[in-house]
Design a binder for this molecule. Sequence first.
Ligand code: BTN
Length: 247
Amino acid sequence: MLFDIRKRDVTTSTNDDAKRAAVAGAPEGFVIWALHQTQGRGRIGRPWQSDEGNLFFSVVLRPPLPRSEWAGYSFVAALAVQETVDYYVNKDIEGAFSVPHNVEMKWPNDVLVDGKKISGILLESEDDNWLVLGIGINVRCDPDNPMYPATSLASETPAVPELGDLLDRVLDSFDSWYARLNHEGFLPIRAAWLMNARKGTMRVKLPAKATEFYGEFLDLDIEGALRLRLQDGSERKVSAGDVFPFV
Ligand code: BTN
């Protein structure tokens, strides 16, 4: 994919800009990168704190797969971020006495460093012709995150990358995982995701419901839903919701 990166000092939300561009006919690979967002958003309408120093960008995609399979793109995005963050936080670790950082993906697409959230991914689409992928990576600022403990590259490694270099690396990695999903389907993506996924006991909150329950991670099914074993021994599939590792 050819990326055409447009950089802004400030915008409301790069996802809004990319959505507008997609509706106006922007080709796949059109990227909006902003140094600061005034109305950055997260999943389920939550705000995404967007201070200068962190990376905020959105990519226009024109996915070749049928819309029923688009959930796969969210795992593709998580793999790209996981691979990139892993590179930066572990590249200078040398010698027998250093403990590498554990860079994991938490269902569906958060990336955690030693259990703390470093990135968020938001996919949005309003028709079959386009999908906007928005990614935020904490680079120099740790947002106050009441939902989940957060961290940034600067808190985990002395070698903090330039935002442009980080963006190029995530896009490169995304490009190869995206091609893999499009050509080989979800199975290799699922296998790669499972290798570095946060497992164990999870607390699950379903959207728009006050109920919470606990379950043991079992698997990721072929549609991207999370399979859990509940305390009474039954199995439950979760297709949307918030998942918190239980510690
Ligand atoms: C989440 O974890 O809830 C997802 C957060 C997604 C944030 C990114 S930052 C770039 C893009 N623009 C936005 O307004 N949101 C996404």
